[in-house]
Each structure stands twice: as structure tokens, then as C-alpha cells.
Design a protein around this ligand. Structure first.
Ligand code: GRF
Length: 228
């Protein structure tokens, strides 16, 4: 590692299966992401399969229990962070971990917890998320225009795959975007449209979306690396 071109150190946050984490691990091991390494994997679920994936590849992996309690001025790990009153205790612990492992870019790969504005402020343009629906370029607004010119609603938050099925749209997709305090409303880095087919269920459609996500997440990290 030269000081002129240091590695981009990822902190990957997961809550479940971790197939997108696996896509990053594979891309790094196959030299498809030169100058990128996974510094730390954090899960808010002790039994998340993604933790097993990380450990299998000898990556630092930690379970961080997640509560929403605010701790006010209480001090935790003062050598790493002076806590802001608006951050939860869990966010303060997470911040300390990310600093300890010198994380440059935080990748939310199926992370199911909302991060506060105070937390995000510390990592401006350095937190990205994979969302299984289509967002417009700047992430905001209520509609997205697909490549065939059709306007569809923007599906944010939980169950975005099912929301697309319920709305009866013909095209949905996934995107990777920068995380801003408003949920699933940050600028898009890359996206892929996916057609909904007759008989699709939330499960079948989500599986097809994930196949695209595994490519998208690698592409998004590559782009973040190229602009550092
Ligand atoms: C992905 O579909 C992503 O879009 C959503 O959570 C899912 C995580 O899947 N935010 P995995 O844990 O990476 O398999």
C-alpha cells in the first residue's frame, strides 16, 4: 500500500444473508476491485448468515446489538469519538468501530436500521446503500421514468419489492445510492431495471433483483474508489 494510493477501506453493514457482501468479497479476491479492501463487517443480528461469510474469508466481523436509546452527553470510547447528543448509543458504538478500523466507505448491504442525520453527517458522501427499487437520479421525488418512457411510482422503505408487485408495474429494479437522512432518497450511483414477469412473487423477483445487485454493488464501489 503506497501512501499516494492507499486502499479504500470498506465497512460493510449487514442484517441478513449477506449475498451482496459476498459479491464484494468475490470481486476483491478476483482482483476486480483493485485498491479496495473490506476492513470490517458489522451485523445488528447475531445470527446473520453474512457474519459466517465474513468469518470464512477471515474478515473482521462483529455483532453490534442495536437499540435506539439516546445517551446524551455520556462518553463512550472517547479516544475515537466525542458523541453527539442526537446519536443513539448504538450509533456511537458503531462510529467508534468504524474509526478504529479506519473505514473510508460504509456500504449498507441489507442493513435494516435507519441511521440518524447526526451519524451520517460524520461520513458525508461516504455511506452507500443498495435499494431493491428504482430511484430517480437525485434520489428525490415520487416518480421514476423507466427507459421505455413509463412513469412508475418510487418505492421506498421496507418491502419495496412487494410494493412494486402490489402497484402492478411492469418494470422495477435496484439501485445503489448515497445515503442521506431521508430514507432511500439519496443521489443514485448506478441502477439496473428488471422486468416483472407473470407469476412473479416477492421471492422470485427479489432473487432476480439480487443477481443484478451483486454486479451493481461492485460497480458502485469501483466508482467511489475512482473519485476518491
Ligand atoms: C438486498 O436485496 C438489498 O437491496 C436490500 O436488502 C437485500 C440484502 O440482501 N437492501 P443480502 O443480505 O445482501 O443477500
Amino acid at each position: 500500500m503506497s501512501s499516494q494510493n492507499p486502499s479504500l477501506r470498506l465497512g460493510v453493514l449487514i442484517s441478513g444473508s449477506g449475498s451482496n457482501l459476498q459479491a464484494l468479497i468475490d470481486a476483491i479476491e478476483n482482483q476486480q476491485l483493485p485498491g479496495v479492501e473490506i476492513a470490517l463487517v458489522v451485523s445488528n443480528k447475531a445470527d446473520a448468515y453474512g457474519l459466517q461469510r465474513a468469518l470464512k474469508h477471515r474478515l473482521p466481523a462483529i455483532y453490534l446489538s442495536w437499540g435506539q436509546r439516546n445517551v446524551g452527553a455520556q462518553f463512550i470510547a472517547p479516544e475515537f469519538i466525542a458523541p453527539k447528543p442526537t446519536m443513539s448509543e448504538s450509533e456511537i458504538r458503531l462510529t467508534a468501530l468504524l474509526r478504529l478500523f479506519q473505514v473510508d466507505l460504509i456500504v449498507l448491504a441489507g442493513w435494516m436500521r435507519i441511521l440518524s442525520a447526526a451519524f451520517l453527517e460524520q461520513f458525508h458522501q461516504r455511506v452507500i446503500n443498495i435499494h431493491p427499487a428504482l430511484l430517480p437520479d437525485d434520489g428525490t421525488g415520487k416518480t421514476y421514468t423507466t427507459s421505455d418512457g413509463t412513469q412508475i411510482p418510487v418505492f421506498r422503505g421496507l418491502h419495496a419489492v412487494q410494493q412494486a408487485l402490489d402497484a402492478g408495474v411492469k418494470i422495477t429494479g435496484s439501485c445503489v445510492h448515497f445515503v442521506t437522512p431521508e430514507v432511500d432518497a439519496g443521489p443514485v450511483i448506478c441502477r439496473q431495471e428488471v422486468a416483472i414477469v407473470e407469476g412473479d412473487t416477492e421471492e422470485t423477483l427479489h432473487e432476480r433483483l439480487k443477481m443484478e445487485e451483486h454486479r451493481l454493488i461492485v460497480e458502485a464501489v469501483r466508482r467511489c474508489k475512482s473519485v476518491e
